[in-house]
Design a protein around this ligand. Structure first.
Ligand code: 4NP
Length: 149
């Protein structure tokens, strides 16, 4: 299963989601091919934002090796699932999607966490709150992907 996490800049929310889901999947023994991207290209080539990395590191998620990149049309054929952090990301990705693509494009959150959008900590500055929401969303995603025991 190939999953792409999508946000605006690819330096806060989607790399954090990638890191959290990667660890949960490892712990669950689930083999997932994970990546992240942004709808914008301003930060392409950069590592995740310093305060986001620090908040993630404090919870044991190491995001240092990740590098930002922009979503491209080929991603819709490379991935099974593209999970957007907010509705604007979803709209922007839908506009880029070729017709009849392999990837399903959805919101990362599905309401189980009490919200359908991950607030952008680049603006809210609430990096821990962002991680709380991402951890809840990641658990819900893993539960959905794991076959019933
Ligand atoms: P992200 O946050 O989408 O969670 O990576 C952002 C980071 C940078 C910018 C926007 C959002 N920016 O405009 O530079």
């Amino acid at each position: 299963m190939r999953i792409l996490f999508l946000c605006l800049g690819n330096i806060c929310r989607s790399p954090a989601a990638e890191g959290v889901v990667r660890r949960l999947a490892q712990e669950a023994g689930l083999v997932l091919d994970l990546d992240s991207a942004g709808t914008g290209d301003w930060h392409a080539g950069e590592p995740p934002y310093g305060p986001m990395q620090a908040a993630a590191r404090a919870r044991g998620y190491d995001l240092a090796a990740l590098r930002a990149r922009q979503l491209v049309r080929a991603d819709f054929d490379r991935f099974d699932l593209i999970l957007a952090m907010d509705r604007q990301n979803l709209r922007d990705a839908a506009r880029l999607a070729p017709t009849g693509t392999r990837a399903r494009l959805e919101l990362f959150l599905n309401g189980e966490t009490g919200t359908e959008e991950v607030p952008d900590p680049y603006y809210t500055r609430d990096f821990d709150g962002c991680l709380d929401i991402i951890e809840a969303g990641a658990s819900a995603l893993l539960a959905r992907l794991q076959p019933p025991q």
